[in-house]
Design a protein around this ligand. Structure first.
Ligand code: ATP
Ligand code: MG
Length: 449
């Protein structure tokens, strides 16, 4: 019998429910992860007790999703989701069921689950309840639909993306029959809300095997969700810096960046403007002039379509816009770069540049990386010596200019920006008297209110 080491609180909840003559099991992702010898992040419980009955048994509960049968039970400081065995009925429009029926039959509950690996229940006294050989599939690293794959994807089209997402998280393959059923039904993905699609892609990007996102391309889902990325896989790059087509370069890039959602999306979209900017010169070398700007335009459309919040969109687009900007490792060049790109995202900019070069021709990697390392060191020195990089570091402010007789308005801002340019080029000039002197001498600026 397979033994799973479950937390004492979860065991307590099972016992309490059993004492009250209800069936209760650990179920879903946690059983799957335990079989994989991974630590489950949360332990879900399924029971024959109705939500009302669960609430009567335990002192402290929250109504998490009563309509779907879920009650959160608190044991000490730990929260456990306890969900009533259920059958899902009348799927409409290829989305979630409109009707949920509670049942006392565990098998019925397991049947409605998406994949065999997610349809295993466990009880310390009974061991695994595994009617679809989910354990066998886990050991074979296979994602396989419970029951008829075609029907399951038609009931809920999101499952197609969940399959790809699990492939990214677990590095499992989708079983052939289930994969063929995705191909058969891929156009149904447009029925799923953009928010849910975005969250699945987020999970893919933040997973341990993000380049398995390619499965989304192979299954024909990407052309509906991110067509601008889809065509990148058909865009070759004949250029000494590159050894991959644009799509494969992007896959490498999402692998090479740290697990931060914004940076992952930047890498996913940073080069999508390449497909439409490609030109080939007389020597047969490909160029992608202005692709950064085009990537920004396409990325903005994609991110809006996926219903991203404005703050995330702004940051992602700024980083995409600058990703190809060269920076010399000299103090002046770095200060100029910080001024142009923005202090708030400069470190992120260096991170994406590194991920980008790690996904290009490895022949140049050592040299380019050491250049970037130098830029980083120069930036650190600039920060440590508190050199002026932004308006707020400038030795004069708006009030100083008002005191000189300059009136409030656009010109005030223009002058401050000009002073900042001067100081970025010559840090020693960041002194109040020197700067005010410069302003006084520029009569035309002071005069034109
Ligand atoms: P994670 O580690 O991401 O939480 P999980 O397997 O727990 O993985 P959840 O989305 O939390 O995934 O869902 C819990 C369980 O509910 C799944 O294991 C699966 O049995 C079932 N489930 C979730 N979504 C669906 C769906 N769309 N169709 C069928 N069953 C589903
Ligand atoms: Mg879960």
């Amino acid at each position: 019998m397979v033994d799973i080491n479950i937390p004492a609180e979860a065991a307590y909840i099972l016992e309490k429910l059993n004492e009250n003559s209800y069936a209760a099991y650990i179920v879903g992702g946690c059983v799957r992860d335990a079989i994989r010898n991974e630590n489950p992040k949360d332990w879900d419980i399924t029971t024959s007790a109705t939500p009302q009955q669960v609430k009567e048994i335990f002192d402290k509960t929250y109504d998490t999703g009563i309509r779907h049968g879920t009650v959160t039970v608190m044991v000490g400081n730990s929260a456990y989701e306890v969900t009533t065995f259920r059958i899902e009925k009348s799927y409409q429009d290829y989305r979630r069921p409109s009707q949920v029926i509670f049942t006392s039959d565990l098998l019925e509950d397991l049947k409605r689950r998406d994949f065999t690996m997610n349809a295993i229940a466990y009880h310390p006294k009974e061991g695994l309840i595994d009617p679809f050989n989910g354990r066998g599939d886990i050991l074979a690293k296979l994602i396989r639909c419970v029951g008829n794959a075609n029907e399951r994807f038609q009931e809920d089209a999101l499952r197609m993306l969940r399959a790809v997402r699990f492939s990214c998280q677990l590095d499992f393959q989708i079983d052939t029959t289930s994969f063929d059923a995705i191909i058969e039904n891929n156009e149904l993905i447009v029925k799923v809300s953009m928010e849910r699609i975005r969250e699945e892609i987020n999970k893919m990007l933040l997973s341990d095997f993000p380049s398995n996102i390619f499965v989304m391309k192979e299954a024909g889902l990407m052309e509906y969700i991110l067509p601008e990325l889809d065509i990148c896989f058909a865009t070759s790059q004949n250029h000494p810096y590159h050894i991959y087509n644009v799509g494969s370069h992007i896959l490498k890039a999402i692998e090479s960046i740290e697990k931060d959602p914004i940076l992952k999306w930047v890498m996913l979209l940073h080069d999508i403007g390449k497909a439409i900017t490609k030109t080939t010169d007389s020597k047969g070398i490909d160029h992608f002039y202005g692709h950064g700007e085009r990537s920004v335009i396409l990325a903005q459309k994609a991110l809006k379509r996926l219903k991203f919040d404005k703050k995330s969109i702004d940051k992602i687009l700024r980083l995409i816009k600058w990703h190809d900007r060269p920076v010399e490792p000299t103090p002046k060049a770095v200060r100029k770069a910080v001024r142009a790109i923005g202090e708030d995202i400069f470190i992120d900019f260096l991170k994406i540049k590194q991920a980008d070069m790690m996904s290009q021709n490895p022949v140049f990697l050592t040299k380019r990386r050491s250049e970037l390392e130098k830029v980083y060191k120069v930036y650190q020195t600039i920060k440590q010596s508190r050199q002026c990089l932004t308006l707020k570091d400038l030795a004069v402010n708006g009030d100083d200019l008002l005191a000189l007789g300059i009136q409030k308005g656009r010109m005030l801002g223009v002058i401050l920006e000009k002073l900042l340019d001067i100081v970025i080029a010559n840090p020693e000039k960041n002194q109040k008297e020197i700067l005010l002197d410069i302003v006084k001498k520029h009569e035309w600026e002071v005069g034109s209110r």
